[in-house]
Design a protein around this ligand. Sequence first.
Ligand code: ATP
Ligand code: MN
Length: 457
Amino acid sequence: MKHIDIKDILNDKTYLGKTVTVCGWVRTFRDSSQVAFLELADGTCFSRLQAVVDKNAVVLGSECSKTGAALCVTGEVVKAFKGDGVELNAKDVQLLGKCPPEYPIQKKRTTLEFLRGIPHLRLRTNTFTAVFKVRSVAAQAIHRYFHEHGYYYINTPIITASDCEGAGEMFRVTTQPYGAKCASEAEYYQNDFFGQKAGLSVSGQLEGEVAATAFSKIYTFGPSFRAENSNTTRHLAEFWHIEPEVAFAELPDIIEIAEEMLKYVIRAVLDECAEEIGFFDSFIEKGLKEKLLGVVNSQFAVCDYTEAVELLKKADAKFQYPVEWGCDLQTEHEKYLTEVIFKKPVFVTNYPKAIKSFYMKQNADGKTVAATDLLVPGIGEIIGCSEREADLEKLLTAMKERKMDVNAYKQYLDLRTFGSVPHSGFGLGFERFVMYVTGMENIRDVTLFPRSVNNIM
Ligand code: ATP
Ligand code: MN
């Protein structure tokens, strides 16, 4: 159908005075004796276009005024009666699809919780139009950042045999029929599609390391799957994961890269989504714009884990979980550090090795690893990052301490046998990043069709 995007009509002054055709859905309808006002949205931008219908000159079918109806309107672009924008003097209004009154997106009932029950329709609201614009702009900016900095974009397998860190959060992939008769677990997997146990990848890191030790700088941007049995506002069973991996980089280098990349992407969102950020600032998180400007214009904090524990122990706060050196930081601790103590994003570095993964570089103190989590106000962890252990013997020791099956990691170990180099990488949860820049508080509200325990709508 020949028509013009509403975004172009609103932004491109050359349409003024021209006759154009637009398509979209009715957001609101107001009527008076002579004229009717239709607010149309087509999702190409946050704003809507008002069509003014002179009822003496144009036939307006009764279905055309219903909220949610799909219309095709032809008319002249004129200066708006109010404000300095434009509106459409309708000459012809065609109904493309009617929308009966059961349409669930009526003005009064639209709480985020209610909308979660209609994921296929909630995208037609202001909030979700804004969320997905930001999400799209951020994704493009992430690709642009890495492309401009000479990274290869690689795609790691989604079905894998390794579960990255033996965390046991992996979904199984199988073609075995229900009730398959097997004498043992081993036989069950032998008879399965791959002849061994397989699952959905929790992270592309191990394969990312393979590519980084050939191409120096790589990143992945794809889905990761975790059978998280927790129902939090920050976890999904399926999320999008950005994982750069950089050879010849130590922990301080990768920290610099992570900070630079985040600022680049936030700047892109501020530039390209000014209207959406304004909306979030007004209706979702007061002060959001200032927060983001503050982030791009200041340095993130860096704090050693040992120091963070001291700060938390001295903190004037009641925590549900006590803090001691050696414990994993809980979300309440992470939030306290970033929201109360530092009041900005903070990299917590050098965690105790016992609570972190086998592949992280062991520090000289024998107790900690060169790992860091980036914590941000409102969410907690958005990045998990580390320098990887490049020393074969040390890596083997760490694996044996964790009772891992060394034979299953032959390829990974080969990287330490053949031209091993210092290298580092991180994993950024894309949805958590989108939450941070939009102020949305539930990860289910920045994902098209969120998957979590007991929820696959
Ligand atoms: P958390 O402690 O919050 O569960 P994690 O330590 O398991 O996170 P990593 O394994 O380091 O996380 O993964 C890297 C990043 O991926 C995290 O910092 C987070 O942004 C994101 N992430 C991890 N698990 C999930 C999930 N279930 N849903 C959405 N994002 C996730
Ligand atoms: Mn987790």
